[in-house]
Design a protein around this ligand. Structure first.
Ligand SMILES: Cc1cc2nc3c(=O)[nH]c(=O)nc-3n(C[C@H](O)[C@H](O)[C@H](O)COP(=O)(O)OP(=O)(O)OC[C@H]3O[C@@H](n4cnc5c(N)ncnc54)[C@H](O)[C@@H]3O)c2cc1C
Length: 478
């Protein structure tokens, strides 16, 4: 039987393993950490009974993908829960802010004078977004299946974030846009810095920003169940540093950073690939604080009390300045903070009136300071009385994040800077970006297309590339 070894059990490693197992290969997954899941683990980080997502929390791009159509994750226990409000951005003015819901029309209607501008930008993309995602969830150097729709998406995506901001007049629409655009971790003046924001804002209208019932670990648990049910094995506590540890295998998938792939492959990697992996650039970092909070966060902006995600940064200008600073290697006094309230739609994560609240600040790469105070001050600014409600905290610095998971180099949670080159061609310019140049060995982590997120599409695409190279017909679950 043809055999495959997958190094790393993040959503991409497990998606690759499941796809190879469905393709008839004998699969073994080797994971460095004591538990599977990579960026999709859920743990009682603060107080027993409170379920905190350690990394990914929201999954707008995981709901309907070629992977989710190939592997029946619902049959493996994955259920999505949608918050009533998808995301918000509160402003300083008493109770004001921007609010995004799962309808472009209703979101636009809440933006006053910017109703038409929001509808013009996102309404056109909302119709047929499934076709657009099918193309951008694949490597870009392929013939698009829906070229006209992809081009429609490409026009706003190519713009700097601040150009799109100019089409909005109200502080509400401007900060709503800033919050969603900040997910790219890019300076707002950079070309293509809008791409991720445009995708996530449109996805909020089309798919919502759902959480996984019981925690994001349900994603990796479902993928792992598929692997095991098809005879695959998963071993934990094994850090792979060399191919010699793996033994003979027809296919090897590396759910690792390009830097770790270089170490594992050693001098087998062709020089041009080694150069590209060495040149691979990592982005700014994240500083994560999880809270156990009595009665939740007392936001002044009422819709934020019902939102899954709250983007905390103030006005558009403040968020733009904070993102510029972290890209410049400076820690802003008022960082951009993302707050997650997954428990609102998935109450089993709470214990009575004590709720798990998730947050991380955008900080410079490898930031060595303590951002806990800055995060609390930012939340308190829009939710006075918040700190009095905090019962316990759990902090993970950039250094701890990269120790926790080697793929988050310097605390970079998007597995490589989303600069122009890497947004379009990561980890290198190649027809098959998953190929490492060593026969049968592929990179399948979020450092490959389509990039970060717990959608598993990097692993799925890499596994399909391997199956195609072996001349295997790609059977589906049916
Ligand atoms: C704080 C935070 C918040 C996030 N929020 C979201 C979100 O809301 N939505 C979303 O979609 N995404 C989010 N992400 C990003 C998402 O988690 C990642 O993009 C995704 O997990 C990448 O999957 P992966 O399989 O490529 O790598 P990972 O999930 O990082 O998994 C890699 C695995 O490989 C293992 N490994 C690495 N090297 C080796 C080795 N040499 N030997 C053995 N094992 C190895 C690691 O231990 C790890 O388990 C977030 C990430 C973080 C950290």
């Amino acid at each position: 039987m043809t055999s495959a070894v997958v190094v790393g059990s993040g959503p991409n490693g497990l998606a690759a393993a499941a796809t190879l197992a469905i393709g008839g290969l004998d699969v073994t997954v080797l994971e460095a950490a004591p538990t599977i899941g990579g960026g999709t683990r859920t743990t009682e980080l603060t107080i027993p009974g409170l379920l905190h997502d350690e990394c990914s929390g929201f999954h707008p791009l995981g709901v309907d993908t070629p992977l989710s159509r190939h592997v029946d994750l619902g049959a493996r226990g994955l259920r999505w829960c949608w918050p009533e409000v998808q995301y918000t951005s509160p402003l300083d003015e008493n109770g004001r802010g921007g609010t995004a819901v799962r309808s472009c029309r209703s979101t636009a209607a809440g933006l006053g004078d910017d109703e038409a501008s929001w509808s013009r930008l996102f309404g056109r993309l909302d119709t047929g977004f499934a076709d657009i995602t099918e193309d951008f969830l694949r490597p870009l150097l392929r013939m698009p299946r829906h070229p006209f729709k992809l081009a429609q998406f490409g026009v706003p995506a190519a713009l700097p974030t601040r150009w799109i901001a100019r089409s909005f007049d109200t502080p509400e629409a401007r900060t709503l846009w800033a919050g969603v655009a900040a997910h790219a971790f890019r300076p707002f003046g950079a070309a293509f810095s809008s791409a991720i924001g445009v995708a996530l804002a449109t996805a909020a209208h089309t798919y919502g920003w759902p959480v996984a019932e019981g925690g994001s670990r349900a994603i990796s648990d479902a993928l792992a169940a598929e692997v095991r049910d098809r005879g695959g094995k998963i071993e934990v506590g094994i850090t792979v540093t060399s191919l010699d540890q793996i033994g003979p295998a027809d296919v090897v998938m590396l759910d690792t950073s390009p830097a770790a792939a270089l170490t594992i492959l050693g001098d087998r990697v062709p020089a041009r690939v080694a150069r590209a992996y060495r040149r691979f650039r990592y982005g700014p970092g994240a500083f994560k604080v999880d809270f156990a909070v009595h009665e939740g966060v007392p936001w002044l902006h009422e819709p934020s009390r019902r939102a899954g995600t709250v983007h905390v940064g103030g006005s558009y200008e403040e968020v733009a300045s904070a993102e510029a600073a972290i890209n410049d290697g400076r820690m802003p006094e008022r960082p951009f903070v993302l707050v997650g309230q997954q428990y609102l739609t998935d109450p089993q994560r709470s214990e009575g009136r004590l709720h798990p609240v998730y947050s991380y600040a955008h900080v410079p790469a490898g930031y060595t300071g303590d951002a806990t105070g800055a995060i609390i001050t930012q939340i308190e600014r829009f939710a006075p009385g918040f700190s009095d409600r905090v019962e316990a905290t759990h902090v993970r610095t950039t250094t701890e994040l990269s120790r926790y998971n080697a793929n988050y180099v310097g605390g970079d949670i998007v597995s490589g800077s989303n600069d122009l080159r890497q947004l379009l061609f990561r980890p290198r310019l190649a027809i098959d970006p998953y190929a490492t140049g060593v026969d049968g060995i592929y990179l399948c982590s979020a450092a490959t297309p389509p990039g970060a997120g717990a959608h598993g599409m990097c692993g799925f695409n890499a596994a399909r590339a391997a199956l195609t190279a072996m001349g295997r017909t790609q059977s589906s679950r049916h």
